[in-house]
Write a protein of this length. Sequence first.
Length: 99
Amino acid sequence: MNQSSTPTLEEVRARFRVVCICKGIKLGKISDAIRAGAKTVQDVNRSTGSGSGDCGATRCRPVIEEMLRNGGRPPAPTPEPEPAEDYWFPTPVLKRKSD
């Protein structure tokens, strides 16, 4: 959360994002486990049930590791791509049929 006690809209939305796709474990539950004392991915998995699905934690593990490094905060969002108008593409040249 931010410095004040009131979470931002983005922080509230982030809590509902699914981290463990196999088991449907949301970011908020992962964050709560870390803030309650989970120190490793295995601690988080035991506390929340994440990582016990068919993928064997290959999808959620990187997110959980980053959250552990950041004190339970959500991972930084992926930056938006550069706007298309910043790129120059040459105008195509059409060939004419010879008679």
